[in-house]
Write a protein that binds this ligand. Structure first.
Ligand code: FE2
Length: 387
C-alpha cells in the first residue's frame, strides 16, 4: 500500500507557506453555493441527513422572482442551495449540462475589489465585477472569477455588514430542526480537471491566486490494478484554504475521475471534506440518518493499521473495532494521524461526494488510504457499468 505522500516531502510546510504570495489574503471559506434541481428538497436533505440548520432564504417571498436560495449552516459551514424559478433563467443551462453541483466556492476577504483587481490583473477571467449590495444592516461587496470548468470563486467582503447572511436574504426559521452531527468546517475542496490539465490549473492557482503546491501524488502512488489518477494539493499562504486538483491517468479501465468528467460533462468540484472533532459520533449519526458511505475496507486493511501508525511512532486513541464497524479509514504521517470516510455521490449522477475527516495532527489527505478507497469506488463503478 502506498505510504503517506507527506513522507516524500522533505521540507517543512511552514517554509512552503512562506512562498505563497500575499497579494490575495484569504480569511476563510465564506460559503459554497450549489445549483440544484429542487432547492427546497435539497435543503431538507442537508438538514435531515447531514444535520445542517435552517439559516437564510431568498425567493418569491423576498422579492426574488428568478430563483430561490436556501442557506443551511452547521458550525462554520454555510451551504447555499439555489434553483431557477422559470425556464428563462441561465441556471437551467448549468443544470441541464452538469446536474446538481457546486457553482460557487466563495472566499472571505478583507477587500473584494482588490481581490478582483489582483486576480483579473494576473489573468483570471471575470465572472462579476466588484458589486456592492446593501440593506439596513450595512453593505457587502462581492466580486467573482472563473476557475476550472464553469466553477466560480466569489470574493466576499463583509466587514461593513452586521446582517444575518447577505443583503436580499431573510432569516429562515423552521419548525423542523434536526440536531447537528458535529460537522465543524470545510477542511478542503477537491476539483477534477481534464486529461493533462492538472498542471495548467496548478499554475493558475499559483499565478492568479498566489497559492503554493505543497503536496503532489503521481499515478505511481495513486493507482489500483485498474485505474489511476494524479493529484496536486494547492494551498493559500495561511493554510486555511486547500484545493487539491485531480486529473485522470491511464489505467486498464476507466478511472473515477473520467467517470466524473463524463457525468458532470466537464471539470468541477469532486468532493468537499468536512472536519469533525469526533468522527465516531458524527459517522454513527450520519449512518442513522441514511447517509450512504463507500463500502468498508477489508479486514486485512484494519490488521495493518497498528503497524502503519507505529512506523510513524503514533498510537491510535480510538478503538479500532469501532472505526472498523463504521468503515472509517486511518492514515498517518510524521506529524500525526487522520481518520476519514467517504460518502457515495449525493446525486444520481456519480459526481459530487463528501469526505468526513478528523485530523489527529496529520496534515496530509489520506494518501495511505487511496488504494483501499479507490478499490471501494471501483466496486461502485462496476455496479454502474462505468469501470
Ligand atoms: Fe479529500
Amino acid at each position: 500500500m502506498a505510504d503517506s505522500g507527506l513522507k516524500s516531502v522533505d521540507y517543512g510546510l511552514e517554509k512552503i507557506f512562506e512562498d505563497a504570495q500575499d497579494f490575495l489574503p484569504l480569511l476563510g471559506t465564506d460559503y459554497v453555493e450549489f445549483y440544484v434541481g429542487n432547492a427546497k428538497q435539497a435543503a431538507h436533505f442537508y438538514k435531515s441527513a447531514f444535520g445542517f440548520q435552517s439559516y437564510a432564504y431568498k425567493g418569491l417571498e423576498t422579492g426574488c422572482k428568478d430563483y430561490s436560495s436556501y442557506v443551511v449552516k452547521q458550525d462554520k459551514i454555510r451551504l447555499v442551495l439555489t434553483t431557477p424559478l422559470n425556464s428563462k433563467s441561465p441556471i437551467n443551462q448549468h443544470l441541464a449540462k452538469h446536474g446538481d453541483g457546486v457553482k460557487f466556492v466563495a472566499l472571505w476577504v478583507e477587500d473584494a475589489s482588490q481581490a478582483w483587481k489582483e486576480t483579473t490583473g494576473r489573468g483570471a477571467k471575470s465572472f462579476m465585477e466588484p458589486t456592492v449590495e446593501k440593506d439596513e444592516h450595512g453593505e457587502v461587496v462581492r466580486s467573482g472569477i472563473y476557475t476550472y470548468g464553469e466553477t466560480v470563486h466569489i470574493f466576499v467582503e463583509r466587514k461593513n455588514y452586521k446582517g444575518h447572511f447577505l443583503p436580499g436574504y431573510q432569516k429562515w426559521e423552521s419548525e423542523y430542526n434536526p440536531a447537528p452531527v458535529g460537522l465543524n468546517y470545510i477542511d478542503h475542496m477537491v476539483g477534477n480537471v481534464g486529461w493533462g490539465e492538472m498542471n495548467t490549473w496548478v499554475k493558475w492557482y499559483e499565478d492568479v491566486m498566489g497559492f503554493v503546491n505543497f503536496l503532489s501524488f503521481d499515478d505511481k502512488q495513486i493507482h489500483t490494478e485498474y485505474s489511476a489518477l494524479m493529484s496536486k494539493v494547492m494551498s493559500n499562504g495561511n493554510g486555511r484554504i486547500k484545493f487539491p486538483i485531480n486529473e485522470p491517468a491511464e489505467g486498464k479501465k476507466k478511472s473515477q475521475i473520467e467517470e466524473y468528467l463524463d457525468f458532470y460533462e466537464g471539470p468541477g468540484v469532486q468532493h468537499i471534506a468536512v472536519a469533525t472533532d469526533d468522527i465516531l459520533t458524527t459517522v454513527t449519526k450520519l449512518r442513522e440518518r441514511g447517509v450512504e458511505f463507500l463500502s468498508t475496507p477489508p479486514d486485512t486493511y484494519y490488521q495493518l493499521v497498528p503497524e502503519r501508525l507505529a512506523a510513524h511512532n503514533h498510537e491510535l486513541a480510538e478503538d479500532i473495532e469501532k472505526l472498523k464497524a463504521l468503515g472509517i479509514m486511518i492514515d498517518a504521517d510524521e506529524e500525526g494521524y487522520l481518520l476519514q470516510i467517504f460518502t457515495k455521490p449525493v446525486e444520481d449522477r456519480p459526481t459530487l461526494f463528501y469526505e468526513i475527516i478528523q485530523r489527529m495532527g496529520a496534515r496530509g489527505f489520506g494518501a495511505g488510504n487511496f488504494k483501499a478507497l479507490f478499490e471501494s469506488i471501483e466496486r461502485e463503478q462496476e455496479k454502474r457499468g462505468t469501470l
